[in-house]
Design a protein around this ligand. Structure first.
Ligand code: ADP
Length: 222
């Protein structure tokens, strides 16, 4: 997947300025940057949701995971998942719900689930929705630490099984270092650094790698 000379303006605000980047198939790329850097805008450009200058190639079908779960309140967990599948694929639901630790909650409505459980249904849905690329916008930001740890390792597990192309937006350097093969850094709409991260996710949640330190330094550099 390739972005070439992407510029996106909202009126006078330049949200992205001449961004060129490649995203490798079968790998996880983190898009890092502070609030307002243009991360969500970049994800929406990849998703094809926003008019922009420049070209986007090789995206295919997109599945989009938001920061909040956005489940339909009048449908059970299982029925929320059925919504994104054709009938022949309903059998996949049981496996994925087990994978996200929600076996036994199939019939629960969103109001009967905790915030973390709802986000797990949303992760299950994002993986089940047929796609070539999975885009995730701050999927773990609103979660407490232990839940964050378990959902990051869950996402890494699901990636390991399927070797999907994932682009994931975060302002959290630790998350990026744990879950990605590479981080691209945005500042005021410009892509200013591209950092490969050694090894394969999942990584040790309690460790802080050299790359993580490098990312912190880059982000804090004016
Ligand atoms: P991030 O996801 O890194 O926080 P965004 O992509 O949301 O950044 O925003 C980048 C810039 O574009 C910010 O200055 C933001 O205020 C502006 N922006 C984002 N969405 C809109 C919009 N719909 N209308 C006007 N300005 C927007």
């Amino acid at each position: 997947m390739k972005l070439t000379h992407i510029t996106k303006k909202y009126g006078e605000t330049v949200a992205l300025r001449d961004v060129t980047a490649e995203f490798e198939d079968g790998k996880i790329t983190a898009v890092l940057g502070e609030s307002g850097a243009g991360k969500t805008t970049l994800l929406n450009v990849i998703a094809g949701n926003l008019p922009h200058e420049g070209s986007v190639e090789g995206v295919g079908k997109v599945s989009y995971l938001f920061q909040s779960p956005k489940l339909l309140p009048n449908l059970t967990a299982e029925d929320n998942l059925k919504l994104v599948l054709v009938k022949e694929d309903y059998h996949k639901i049981e496996y994925v719900l087990e994978k996200v630790g929600l076996k036994g909650k199939e019939r629960a409505f969103p109001r009967q689930l905790s915030g973390g459980e709802k986000q797990r249904v949303a992760i299950a849905r994002a993986f089940l929705f047929p796609h070539d690329v999975l885009l995730m916008d701050e999927p773990f930001s609103s979660l407490d630490l232990s839940l964050k740890k378990s959902l990051i390792s869950l996402t890494a597990d699901l990636w390991r099984e399927r070797k999907e192309t994932i682009v994931f937006v975060t302002h959290d350097v630790h998350e990026a270092a744990l879950l990605s093969h590479r981080a691209v850094l945005l500042r005021r709409g410009e892509l200013f650094a591209d950092v490969p991260i050694e090894g394969e996710p999942p990584r040790d949640f309690f460790a802080h790698s050299g790359e993580e330190e490098q990312l912190v330094r880059l982000l804090m550099q004016e």
